[in-house]
Design a protein around this ligand. Structure first.
Ligand SMILES: NC(=O)c1ccc[n+]([C@@H]2O[C@H](COP(=O)([O-])OP(=O)(O)OC[C@H]3O[C@@H](n4cnc5c(N)ncnc54)[C@H](OP(=O)(O)O)[C@@H]3O)[C@@H](O)[C@H]2O)c1
Length: 297
Protein backbone atom coordinates (compact mmCIF):
# COMPACT_ATOMS: atom_id res chain seq x y z
CA UNK A 1 0.00 0.00 0.00
CA UNK A 2 1.14 3.53 -0.78
CA UNK A 3 -0.07 6.05 1.79
CA UNK A 4 0.11 9.84 2.14
CA UNK A 5 -0.38 10.92 5.78
CA UNK A 6 -1.26 14.59 6.23
CA UNK A 7 -0.51 15.68 9.80
CA UNK A 8 2.18 13.05 10.42
CA UNK A 9 3.92 15.32 12.96
CA UNK A 10 0.86 15.12 15.23
CA UNK A 11 -0.24 12.61 17.87
CA UNK A 12 -2.43 10.36 15.72
CA UNK A 13 -0.60 10.88 12.41
CA UNK A 14 2.83 9.99 13.82
CA UNK A 15 1.53 6.65 15.10
CA UNK A 16 -0.19 5.90 11.77
CA UNK A 17 3.10 6.69 10.02
CA UNK A 18 5.09 4.35 12.30
CA UNK A 19 2.56 1.51 11.93
CA UNK A 20 2.42 1.86 8.14
CA UNK A 21 6.22 1.79 7.90
CA UNK A 22 6.39 -1.25 10.20
CA UNK A 23 4.01 -3.06 7.83
CA UNK A 24 6.22 -2.29 4.84
CA UNK A 25 3.93 0.30 3.23
CA UNK A 26 5.38 3.06 1.05
CA UNK A 27 4.63 6.13 3.12
CA UNK A 28 5.03 9.87 2.87
CA UNK A 29 4.10 12.07 5.84
CA UNK A 30 3.63 15.81 6.14
CA UNK A 31 4.03 18.45 8.86
CA UNK A 32 2.98 22.09 8.93
CA UNK A 33 4.62 24.06 11.79
CA UNK A 34 6.60 21.37 13.65
CA UNK A 35 9.32 19.91 11.40
CA UNK A 36 10.14 16.21 11.82
CA UNK A 37 12.92 14.32 9.99
CA UNK A 38 11.80 12.63 6.77
CA UNK A 39 8.47 14.51 6.63
CA UNK A 40 7.69 17.08 3.94
CA UNK A 41 6.06 20.42 4.66
CA UNK A 42 2.46 20.89 3.57
CA UNK A 43 0.00 23.57 4.62
CA UNK A 44 -3.52 22.76 3.47
CA UNK A 45 -4.08 26.54 3.23
CA UNK A 46 -2.18 26.21 -0.06
CA UNK A 47 -4.42 24.38 -2.56
CA UNK A 48 -1.82 24.46 -5.34
CA UNK A 49 0.85 22.76 -3.20
CA UNK A 50 -1.74 20.29 -1.92
CA UNK A 51 -2.84 19.32 -5.40
CA UNK A 52 0.73 19.04 -6.58
CA UNK A 53 1.72 16.71 -3.69
CA UNK A 54 -1.26 14.40 -4.21
CA UNK A 55 -0.73 14.32 -7.96
CA UNK A 56 3.00 13.56 -7.76
CA UNK A 57 2.96 10.99 -4.92
CA UNK A 58 0.06 8.95 -6.35
CA UNK A 59 -0.96 7.16 -3.14
CA UNK A 60 -3.56 4.43 -2.80
CA UNK A 61 -4.79 6.20 0.33
CA UNK A 62 -4.69 9.75 1.68
CA UNK A 63 -5.00 9.85 5.48
CA UNK A 64 -6.11 13.21 6.89
CA UNK A 65 -4.85 13.30 10.49
CA UNK A 66 -4.62 17.09 10.58
CA UNK A 67 -6.95 19.81 11.77
CA UNK A 68 -7.40 22.34 14.54
CA UNK A 69 -8.04 20.28 17.67
CA UNK A 70 -8.13 23.01 20.34
CA UNK A 71 -11.81 22.88 21.35
CA UNK A 72 -11.88 26.21 23.23
CA UNK A 73 -9.83 27.90 20.50
CA UNK A 74 -12.37 26.80 17.88
CA UNK A 75 -15.15 28.38 19.95
CA UNK A 76 -13.42 31.76 19.72
CA UNK A 77 -12.57 31.53 16.00
CA UNK A 78 -15.32 29.62 14.16
CA UNK A 79 -14.10 30.76 10.73
CA UNK A 80 -10.70 29.13 11.28
CA UNK A 81 -12.33 26.03 12.79
CA UNK A 82 -14.53 25.49 9.73
CA UNK A 83 -11.71 26.29 7.30
CA UNK A 84 -9.24 23.83 8.84
CA UNK A 85 -11.57 21.10 10.09
CA UNK A 86 -14.11 21.10 7.28
CA UNK A 87 -13.19 23.03 4.11
CA UNK A 88 -9.60 21.74 3.84
CA UNK A 89 -10.54 18.06 4.26
CA UNK A 90 -13.43 18.57 1.83
CA UNK A 91 -10.89 19.89 -0.69
CA UNK A 92 -8.84 16.71 -0.16
CA UNK A 93 -11.95 14.59 -0.72
CA UNK A 94 -12.53 16.32 -4.07
CA UNK A 95 -8.91 15.66 -5.08
CA UNK A 96 -9.18 12.01 -4.03
CA UNK A 97 -12.30 11.60 -6.14
CA UNK A 98 -10.58 13.22 -9.13
CA UNK A 99 -7.43 11.07 -8.84
CA UNK A 100 -9.15 7.87 -7.69
CA UNK A 101 -7.49 7.66 -4.25
CA UNK A 102 -9.16 6.32 -1.12
CA UNK A 103 -9.58 8.77 1.79
CA UNK A 104 -9.44 8.61 5.59
CA UNK A 105 -10.81 11.48 7.70
CA UNK A 106 -10.33 11.42 11.48
CA UNK A 107 -13.43 12.55 13.34
CA UNK A 108 -14.59 12.49 16.95
CA UNK A 109 -17.40 11.39 19.27
CA UNK A 110 -17.58 15.04 20.32
CA UNK A 111 -20.11 15.37 17.47
CA UNK A 112 -22.74 13.98 19.89
CA UNK A 113 -24.48 16.06 22.55
CA UNK A 114 -23.28 13.79 25.36
CA UNK A 115 -26.69 13.03 26.84
CA UNK A 116 -26.74 9.32 25.96
CA UNK A 117 -23.22 7.95 25.44
CA UNK A 118 -21.46 5.66 24.79
CA UNK A 119 -22.40 6.19 21.14
CA UNK A 120 -22.48 3.68 18.30
CA UNK A 121 -21.56 4.52 14.72
CA UNK A 122 -25.29 4.64 13.87
CA UNK A 123 -26.37 7.14 16.54
CA UNK A 124 -27.49 10.57 15.40
CA UNK A 125 -24.96 13.38 15.96
CA UNK A 126 -26.04 16.65 17.59
CA UNK A 127 -22.92 18.80 18.05
CA UNK A 128 -22.98 21.41 20.83
CA UNK A 129 -19.76 23.36 20.19
CA UNK A 130 -17.97 24.88 17.19
CA UNK A 131 -15.21 22.25 17.01
CA UNK A 132 -17.82 19.48 16.90
CA UNK A 133 -19.97 21.32 14.34
CA UNK A 134 -16.96 21.72 12.06
CA UNK A 135 -16.10 18.00 12.35
CA UNK A 136 -19.68 16.80 11.77
CA UNK A 137 -20.08 19.15 8.80
CA UNK A 138 -16.85 17.69 7.38
CA UNK A 139 -18.05 14.09 7.78
CA UNK A 140 -21.21 14.87 5.81
CA UNK A 141 -19.49 16.86 3.06
CA UNK A 142 -16.76 14.25 2.60
CA UNK A 143 -19.23 11.37 2.34
CA UNK A 144 -21.29 13.40 -0.14
CA UNK A 145 -18.22 13.98 -2.34
CA UNK A 146 -17.00 10.37 -2.09
CA UNK A 147 -20.45 8.77 -2.15
CA UNK A 148 -20.01 7.07 1.23
CA UNK A 149 -16.65 5.51 0.29
CA UNK A 150 -14.50 7.54 2.73
CA UNK A 151 -13.23 5.74 5.84
CA UNK A 152 -14.08 7.83 8.92
CA UNK A 153 -12.56 6.73 12.24
CA UNK A 154 -14.06 8.49 15.26
CA UNK A 155 -11.63 8.79 18.17
CA UNK A 156 -11.65 10.30 21.67
CA UNK A 157 -9.21 10.90 24.57
CA UNK A 158 -6.13 9.87 22.57
CA UNK A 159 -2.77 9.52 24.29
CA UNK A 160 0.73 8.38 23.33
CA UNK A 161 4.18 9.66 22.43
CA UNK A 162 4.09 13.03 20.66
CA UNK A 163 6.67 15.70 19.92
CA UNK A 164 4.58 18.45 21.51
CA UNK A 165 3.82 16.36 24.64
CA UNK A 166 0.38 17.95 25.05
CA UNK A 167 -1.94 14.99 25.67
CA UNK A 168 -3.48 14.19 29.06
CA UNK A 169 -0.97 11.50 30.06
CA UNK A 170 1.95 13.94 29.71
CA UNK A 171 -0.04 16.58 31.64
CA UNK A 172 -0.68 14.19 34.54
CA UNK A 173 2.91 12.99 34.76
CA UNK A 174 4.20 16.57 34.65
CA UNK A 175 1.81 17.64 37.41
CA UNK A 176 2.79 14.66 39.56
CA UNK A 177 6.50 15.38 39.10
CA UNK A 178 5.92 19.00 40.09
CA UNK A 179 3.62 17.99 43.00
CA UNK A 180 1.02 20.31 41.44
CA UNK A 181 -2.69 19.73 41.97
CA UNK A 182 -4.75 19.31 38.79
CA UNK A 183 -8.35 20.45 38.39
CA UNK A 184 -10.38 17.80 36.57
CA UNK A 185 -14.00 17.70 35.35
CA UNK A 186 -15.97 15.18 37.40
CA UNK A 187 -18.69 14.60 34.80
CA UNK A 188 -16.94 14.23 31.39
CA UNK A 189 -16.76 10.57 30.32
CA UNK A 190 -14.83 8.99 27.48
CA UNK A 191 -12.56 6.14 26.36
CA UNK A 192 -8.82 6.64 26.97
CA UNK A 193 -7.23 5.37 23.75
CA UNK A 194 -3.60 4.69 22.91
CA UNK A 195 -2.67 6.18 19.51
CA UNK A 196 -0.70 3.03 18.66
CA UNK A 197 -3.92 0.99 18.87
CA UNK A 198 -5.71 3.50 16.62
CA UNK A 199 -2.94 3.13 14.05
CA UNK A 200 -3.05 -0.67 14.17
CA UNK A 201 -6.85 -0.80 13.82
CA UNK A 202 -6.79 1.78 11.03
CA UNK A 203 -4.20 -0.09 8.96
CA UNK A 204 -6.23 -3.26 9.47
CA UNK A 205 -9.35 -1.54 8.14
CA UNK A 206 -7.43 -0.06 5.21
CA UNK A 207 -6.11 -3.52 4.31
CA UNK A 208 -9.72 -4.71 4.18
CA UNK A 209 -10.64 -1.65 2.05
CA UNK A 210 -13.32 -0.71 4.57
CA UNK A 211 -15.32 2.51 4.36
CA UNK A 212 -17.85 4.31 6.54
CA UNK A 213 -17.72 5.29 10.21
CA UNK A 214 -15.71 3.26 12.75
CA UNK A 215 -15.26 4.04 16.44
CA UNK A 216 -11.57 3.38 17.18
CA UNK A 217 -11.41 3.59 20.96
CA UNK A 218 -10.26 1.80 24.09
CA UNK A 219 -12.77 -0.34 25.93
CA UNK A 220 -13.33 1.90 28.99
CA UNK A 221 -16.39 3.57 27.49
CA UNK A 222 -17.37 5.59 30.58
CA UNK A 223 -14.04 6.58 32.12
CA UNK A 224 -14.00 9.85 34.08
CA UNK A 225 -10.94 12.10 34.02
CA UNK A 226 -10.36 11.31 37.69
CA UNK A 227 -10.40 7.56 37.00
CA UNK A 228 -8.03 8.05 34.08
CA UNK A 229 -5.79 10.20 36.26
CA UNK A 230 -5.58 7.38 38.84
CA UNK A 231 -4.75 4.77 36.19
CA UNK A 232 -1.94 6.97 34.85
CA UNK A 233 -0.66 7.78 38.34
CA UNK A 234 -0.55 4.11 39.35
CA UNK A 235 1.19 3.03 36.13
CA UNK A 236 3.70 5.88 36.38
CA UNK A 237 4.42 5.07 40.01
CA UNK A 238 4.93 1.39 39.16
CA UNK A 239 7.61 2.43 36.66
CA UNK A 240 9.06 4.99 39.10
CA UNK A 241 8.39 7.85 36.69
CA UNK A 242 6.83 9.91 39.47
CA UNK A 243 7.37 10.06 43.23
CA UNK A 244 4.96 8.30 45.56
CA UNK A 245 3.25 10.85 47.79
CA UNK A 246 0.08 10.93 49.82
CA UNK A 247 -0.92 14.40 48.72
CA UNK A 248 -4.30 14.84 47.06
CA UNK A 249 -3.11 15.30 43.49
CA UNK A 250 -6.36 16.45 41.89
CA UNK A 251 -9.55 18.28 42.67
CA UNK A 252 -12.78 17.50 40.80
CA UNK A 253 -15.21 20.18 39.63
CA UNK A 254 -18.35 19.83 37.56
CA UNK A 255 -18.09 20.99 33.96
CA UNK A 256 -20.48 23.84 34.77
CA UNK A 257 -18.15 24.99 37.57
CA UNK A 258 -15.09 24.85 35.28
CA UNK A 259 -16.56 27.53 32.97
CA UNK A 260 -14.67 26.34 29.87
CA UNK A 261 -15.39 28.56 26.84
CA UNK A 262 -16.85 25.69 24.74
CA UNK A 263 -19.70 23.47 25.92
CA UNK A 264 -18.59 19.85 26.44
CA UNK A 265 -20.63 16.73 25.62
CA UNK A 266 -20.53 14.98 29.01
CA UNK A 267 -21.15 11.33 28.14
CA UNK A 268 -19.25 11.28 24.86
CA UNK A 269 -17.79 7.77 25.03
CA UNK A 270 -17.62 5.51 21.98
CA UNK A 271 -19.22 2.08 21.82
CA UNK A 272 -16.54 -0.40 20.70
CA UNK A 273 -18.95 -3.19 19.74
CA UNK A 274 -18.39 -2.86 15.97
CA UNK A 275 -14.60 -2.63 16.42
CA UNK A 276 -14.65 -5.76 18.59
CA UNK A 277 -16.34 -7.76 15.83
CA UNK A 278 -13.27 -7.24 13.62
CA UNK A 279 -10.39 -7.08 16.11
CA UNK A 280 -10.55 -9.63 18.91
CA UNK A 281 -8.05 -7.66 21.02
CA UNK A 282 -9.93 -4.35 20.64
CA UNK A 283 -9.73 -2.12 23.69
CA UNK A 284 -6.92 -3.46 25.84
CA UNK A 285 -6.93 -0.52 28.24
CA UNK A 286 -5.74 -0.30 30.97
CA UNK A 287 -3.20 -3.10 30.50
CA UNK A 288 -1.53 -1.05 27.77
CA UNK A 289 -0.47 1.42 30.47
CA UNK A 290 1.87 -1.32 31.72
CA UNK A 291 4.41 0.04 29.25
CA UNK A 292 3.67 3.70 29.87
CA UNK A 293 7.30 4.79 29.80
CA UNK A 294 8.09 3.03 26.51
CA UNK A 295 4.97 4.50 24.98
CA UNK A 296 5.81 8.08 25.98
CA UNK A 297 9.57 8.61 26.08
N1 LIG B 1 -6.28 13.81 20.15
C1 LIG B 1 -7.55 13.48 20.40
O1 LIG B 1 -7.89 13.14 21.56
C2 LIG B 1 -8.58 13.51 19.32
C3 LIG B 1 -9.92 13.27 19.68
C4 LIG B 1 -10.88 13.27 18.70
C5 LIG B 1 -10.56 13.52 17.37
N2 LIG B 1 -9.27 13.77 17.03
C6 LIG B 1 -8.99 14.07 15.62
O2 LIG B 1 -7.87 13.33 15.18
C7 LIG B 1 -7.11 14.10 14.24
C8 LIG B 1 -5.66 14.15 14.70
O3 LIG B 1 -5.63 14.75 16.00
P1 LIG B 1 -4.26 14.88 16.82
O4 LIG B 1 -4.61 14.89 18.25
O5 LIG B 1 -3.25 13.92 16.30
O6 LIG B 1 -3.84 16.37 16.40
P2 LIG B 1 -2.43 17.09 16.59
O7 LIG B 1 -1.53 16.32 17.46
O8 LIG B 1 -2.75 18.51 16.93
O9 LIG B 1 -1.81 17.04 15.11
C9 LIG B 1 -2.38 17.78 14.07
C10 LIG B 1 -1.53 17.58 12.85
O10 LIG B 1 -2.08 18.32 11.78
C11 LIG B 1 -1.10 19.16 11.20
N3 LIG B 1 -1.80 20.34 10.68
C12 LIG B 1 -2.58 21.20 11.38
N4 LIG B 1 -3.11 22.10 10.55
C13 LIG B 1 -2.67 21.82 9.30
C14 LIG B 1 -2.84 22.41 8.02
N5 LIG B 1 -3.61 23.51 7.84
N6 LIG B 1 -2.22 21.86 6.96
C15 LIG B 1 -1.45 20.76 7.12
N7 LIG B 1 -1.23 20.16 8.30
C16 LIG B 1 -1.84 20.69 9.38
C17 LIG B 1 -0.14 19.46 12.35
O11 LIG B 1 1.12 19.86 11.85
P3 LIG B 1 2.18 20.69 12.78
O12 LIG B 1 1.99 20.20 14.18
O13 LIG B 1 3.50 20.32 12.18
O14 LIG B 1 1.82 22.11 12.61
C18 LIG B 1 -0.09 18.08 13.00
O15 LIG B 1 0.76 17.23 12.26
C19 LIG B 1 -7.79 15.48 14.18
O16 LIG B 1 -8.60 15.54 13.03
C20 LIG B 1 -8.67 15.53 15.41
O17 LIG B 1 -9.83 16.33 15.22
C21 LIG B 1 -8.28 13.77 17.97
Amino acid sequence: MRILIIGASGLVGSHVLAEAKARGCEVLGTYRNHPVDDLVRLDLEDPVATRSLLESFRPDWVVHAAGWTWVDGCEKDPARAFRENCEQPEMLAHLCREFGYRFVYFSTTYIFDGTAGPYTEEDKPNPINIYARSKWAAEQKIQAVLEGQALIPRVICVWGRETQQKNFVYQVIKALKEARQMTLPSDQLGNPTWAGDIARWLLGLMNRRESGVWNLAGNLENCTRAEWFCLIRDAARAEQLVPISDSNAYVSLSTAEMKQPALRPLHAGASVRKLGLVFSDAGRYPSELDCIERRLL
